[in-house]
Every structure is written in C-alpha cells, then in structure tokens.
Write a protein that binds this ligand. Structure first.
Ligand SMILES: [Zn+2]
Length: 293
C-alpha cells in the first residue's frame, strides 16, 4: 500500500484538514539512517508533519524545511518537502536508546529535548525565505507544530503524528493529521471537531484498519465534508552531482587544494539519502578553478 495524503474541507469551508499514512516513508528513513526505535519515531513524526506541510505550498518550486533541536540526545532533526508532499530527512544522532516514557510510549520528547526551537523555513522563491520559529513545547513534535501554526501563522490548529515500531524495529504504522479552523468557522462545528479530536484513538491504531480515510472519518464525524485531493507521497531525495560540486566550490580554494594534496580525491555523502559522490583529482582541479576565494 502506497503512502497517501488526503486533503479536504468541511462543506461550509470553515475547517481544513489533511490526513496521511507514511509507513513506507518512515521505514525508508529508518533503513537509510539506521535509527533506533525512539529516533525512528522522532524522525518519522517530523517527516509526517513535513510531508503534509509540503502539500500546503502554492507553487511547484516552493520548498519547506522543518527543523527541531531541543538539545536532547537525538540532536538536530531536519526534514525538507515541497508541494508534492515527497519528503526527505536527517537526524543528528540516530543511535538513541531511552526507556519508555511514563505512558509506556517511545520517549520522543526525551530524545529531542525541550530546550530549543521548532523552526519552519519556507523558500517561496522570494529574495528572503520566510522563517517562523517557536520555543519547543514538549519535543513530541505534534504539539510543537500546533504551536507554530497558532503563533507564527495565527491559525488555530490541531496536529497528531504517530509512528509505531514493531518488536523487530520495523515501522508497522505511521501517519497523522492536521486540522485547521478558518476565520468565520461556525462555533458548533468547531466544538464538534474539538470533541472528535479529543476522542480519536491514536492515529497509529486507526491507520492499519482504515487508513487516512479512517482518520478523516473520525475527526470529521458529524460534519459534512469533501475530500478535494489524494496525493501519493514518498521518501525522495533530489541530490545530484551539481549540487555536491557547488558545496565543494563553496569550501574555498585553500581547503580544496588541501584535499587534492592530501587525499587526491573527495568522497561526499548526501546526508538525506547516503548516496556517495566521488570526485577524482582531475575533477577537483576543475572545481578549484571555479572557486573564487
Ligand atoms: Zn541525497
């Protein structure tokens, strides 16, 4: 079964919602980054949020980056997505092993830490990117993302993100939802949705049974709604040789000369997909010529 994002609105337009399944995305991230269960969940929740927030972008060339760093053992987590909802991610330290938290769940908040910021960067093709930043609420990511929407975008938003890891370490359920209240939404509908969001079983329980559709059925219970779009989403990195070459050029003449003299070649590894790019001596000498400083 492919990962999908469903998007829709209540018939009166007062409520917007997104629901997604991300089992394949998170499992691929686990295999690329060798994450332990708690970091599989941490990176997986970020990827799930990033994928849904990607589909909120307007233009094909827009790009969104989410970053969380709470000074916990997992370090920095970065995910990047675009309008397609395809997403890629990176985690500073995938090898975190923590006891389950007080409610018997993977301690994502403990892995990420609570002393830092949740940051959203939107590259909309303008001179400067848009940057929204909020203090971390609890490091569980869903509440941090909800706080971002409420504070930086002034949109009341409920967010749920879930990743369930099986005994063998594989991802057996993952996904989430985002529900937003638009200006002018009817009070009775808002109350109904708030109640539904409170009542929903964990998204990771709903997904294996009824998928993203099942999540929407629960959050929109009692409200007339329409699904406007269904998008398949996947883990996708768009690194290429050109981009890595630019990165090499940017380190400057002195460092490039040193690499040529000491190693004679350079191997660069993409942080998002682990793809290796080898530059031989001749190529490095060309790159040295292109470097301006
Ligand atoms: Zn890559």
């Amino acid at each position: 079964m492919k990962d999908i994002i469903l998007r829709g609105t209540s018939n009166d337009g007062g409520i917007r919602f997104w629901a997604c399944t991300t089992i394949n995305i998170v499992e691929e991230a686990r295999l690329i980054h060798n994450t332990y269960p708690v970091t599989t969940a941490a990176l997986g929740r970020m990827l799930t949020a990033g994928s849904m927030m990607g589909t909120m972008l307007k233009s094909e060339n827009d790009k969104i980056t989410l970053q969380i760093n709470g000074k916990g053992p997992a370090g920095n987590i970065i995910v990047v997505s675009d309008k397609t909802g395809d997403v890629r991610g990176y985690i500073g330290n995938p090898y975190v092993d923590l006891p389950l938290n007080e409610v018997g769940k993977l301690d994502v908040g403990g892995a990420i830490g609570k002393n830092g910021l949740f940051t959203v960067i939107k590259d909309l093709g303008l001179k400067e990117p848009y940057v929204g930043q909020v203090p971390i609420v609890n490091g569980e990511i869903a509440e941090d993302a909800a706080s971002y929407f409420a504070t930086s975008e002034q949109v009341p938003t409920a967010v749920a993100l879930g990743v369930r890891v099986a005994r063998d370490g594989k991802v057996d359920s993952a996904g989430g939802f985002i529900v937003q209240v638009m200006p002018g939404a009817a009070e009775d509908i808002i109350e109904l949705i708030e109640q539904n969001v409170k009542n929903i079983k964990s998204v990771t329980e709903v997904i294996p049974l009824n998928g993203a559709q099942g999540i929407i059925g629960e959050i929109m219970k009692g409200v007339e709604y329409r699904i406007h779009e269904t998008q398949e989403v996947s883990y996708r990195c768009n690194c290429n040789r050109d981009r890595l070459e630019k990165a090499l050029i940017s380190i400057g003449k002195k460092d490039i000369s040193e690499i040529i003299a000491e190693q004679g070649e350079a191997e660069l590894i993409c942080h998002f997909c682990n793809k290796k790019y080898l530059f031989n001596k001749e190529e490095l000498q060309d790159i040295l010529k292109k470097a301006t400083q």
